[in-house]
Design a protein around this ligand. Structure first.
Ligand SMILES: [Zn+2]
Length: 500
């Protein structure tokens, strides 16, 4: 009986050398075609060009020299806006506009607002003071996995109904609501991104990026999803389809004060600062990382409960004061950052840079509006004059909050019991706990800290077949052909074997 290898040799012996070379050429052509086709579906300087397309990269937009780039600082607060946090915002972002960027316009920040517990009158005031208001869902519901397992219809309800709330209840023009962030930073893959894309959102700010690992590496600039999301997917489900012109402002972690672990949110570090100096140094060192490397925007994402600790509020206040004292640092909104990226302008010419002008600052437009300030937790720390009015709504909202707290604890227990450590547990504390409850006890924090981790590296990097992965540069047709030719010609034995 013939062995299988003898059968193969017999089959090859049936071909002439010419036939074999012909087959080889066909294979080379096919390979070239596949690789060339891939080059058109990969992000590269040939397929993706400014201003409306940008590949994920550390390089400075417009190839500007680093010392001409303004350092942008993007502060973003998530969740409800209400009396619990109003006075913090007044202190950090004073309504008289006396904290100014170097171009003379008031500093600004971004608020991703969810519906529950939100006082929309306050949201309208923030918008009139030049803050950007983003969409952060209606329900912010639990469990977290609901967002991962959601479908397009449900995501559309969350995204579009909350946008409508912001338009109707806060009086914000729909065209000013440009960004979305998912609760718990849990994306819902194409089911979410198709909704954003089809409804003219400019950007998403949900996807987490687990680098840099230290304070000495450059940081990623925002990019578009013209060629999908090609980075490591830290929290499934990341988008797989292509969304032309839809920007991603990544959630880039800040390093904790011990320089040990990244934290997606400033307020959710494994190593929480112990005093004002720790908190300030954490902010300052992360700032210097960006400032001294590629000057990518410094992303500072946080929830207002972090500010209920006095020394943390003081540290952020001092940090902002330091920022406004520097002549090349700008505290801007996410949309303003994207506007700069589309039109990279050296800091010397920013006085005339229109997207950063003061026209968004209209505090007097809201002067006559008296917000009801109907919600204030009875134990909320007093950081203001106390103009809020306690009403019967408070009791109803207290009940709602307690229900949500219980629900969250159940959610955590489920994760614990299944041994499932949330992909990123440094999620929104959101409506359910930290936003509206008292600061956690030490033991509870420790317990959460154990579960809290920074990033996992599940390899969801790509769902393409292995031979189509990699950067466009590594898959140029000429390179593919060259590799194959070299492989064949340095092994003449193989050719002679085929030609037998
Ligand atoms: Zn949230």
């Amino acid at each position: 009986m013939q062995s299988s290898s003898e059968i193969k040799i017999y089959a090859l012996n049936g071909f002439s050398l010419k036939q074999c070379l012909f087959v080889l050429l066909v294979l080379l052509s096919l390979s070239s075609y596949l690789v060339h086709a891939q080059s058109h579906t990969s992000c590269s300087k040939h397929t993706c060009q400014a201003p409306d397309c940008r590949c994920p990269a550390h390089s400075i937009p417009g190839n500007l020299k680093v010392d001409t780039v303004p350092q942008m600082v993007l502060i973003a607060f998530d969740d409800a806006v209400n009396w619990d946090n109003w006075d913090f915002y007044l202190r950090l972002l004073p309504p008289d506009g006396n904290r100014k960027n170097p171009n003379g316009c008031p500093i600004s920040a971004t608020f991703f607002v969810s519906n529950n517990f939100t006082d929309y009158c306050m949201v309208g005031k923030l918008h009139a003071r030049g803050m950007e208001i983003g969409d952060h869902s209606v329900t912010h519901r639990l469990p977290r996995k609901w967002w991962t397992e959601s479908n397009k219809t449900l995501m559309a309800e969350e995204v579009l109904n909350q946008r409508q709330n912001l338009v109707v209840k806060a009086g914000i023009p729909v065209e000013d609501i440009r960004g979305w962030r998912s609760p718990f930073l849990q994306p819902a893959g194409n089911d979410l991104f198709s909704v954003l894309y089809e409804n003219n959102f400019t950007y998403d700010a949900t996807l987490t990026y687990s680098f840099p690992k230290n304070l000495y590496s450059p940081v990623l600039w925002p990019f578009t999803l013209d060629f999908g999301y090609t980075l490591v997917c830290n929290i499934a489900r990341c988008p797989q389809n292509f969304y032309k012109g839809l920007w991603e402002i990544p959630v880039v972690g800040v390093m904790d004060y011990r320089e040990h672990k990244l934290c997606a949110y400033v307020d959710d570090c494994f190593n929480m600062p112990r005093d004002k100096n720790d908190a300030y140094q954490m902010l300052w060192k992360n700032f210097l990382r960006n400032y001294r490397s590629n000057r990518a925007p410094l992303y500072l994402n946080l929830h207002s409960p972090w500010l209920t600790t006095d020394y943390q509020l003081d540290a952020l206040d001092e940090f902002i004061q330091k920022m406004v004292s520097m002549d090349d640092v700008y505290l801007v909104t996410m949309s303003q950052a994207l506007a700069w990226q589309k039109d990279p302008t050296p800091k010397e010419r920013l006085a005339d840079f229109k997207p950063w002008q003061c026209h968004g600052f209209r505090p007097h437009a809201e002067d006559s509006k008296q917000c009801s300030f109907t919600f204030r937790h009875k134990n909320a720390p007093g950081h203001g004059p106390g103009t809020g009015i306690e009403t019967t709504h408070s009791r109803r909202r207290d009940k709602l909050r307690n229900d949500l707290l219980r629900s969250r604890q159940t959610d955590r227990s489920e994760n614990d019991s299944t041994g499932k450590r949330g992909v990123i547990n440094n999620d929104d504390q959101s409506q359910t706990g930290s936003s509206h409850s008292q600061p956690k006890s030490t033991s509870e924090k420790d317990r959460q800290g154990d579960q809290r981790h920074v990033y996992h590296h599940h390899d969801h990097k790509t769902h393409r077949p292995w031979f189509l992965r990699g950067s466009a540069a590594s898959l140029r047709p000429s390179r593919g052909i060259a590799i194959l030719l070299v492989a064949f010609f340095i092994k003449p034995g193989l050719i002679s074997f085929i030609g037998q």
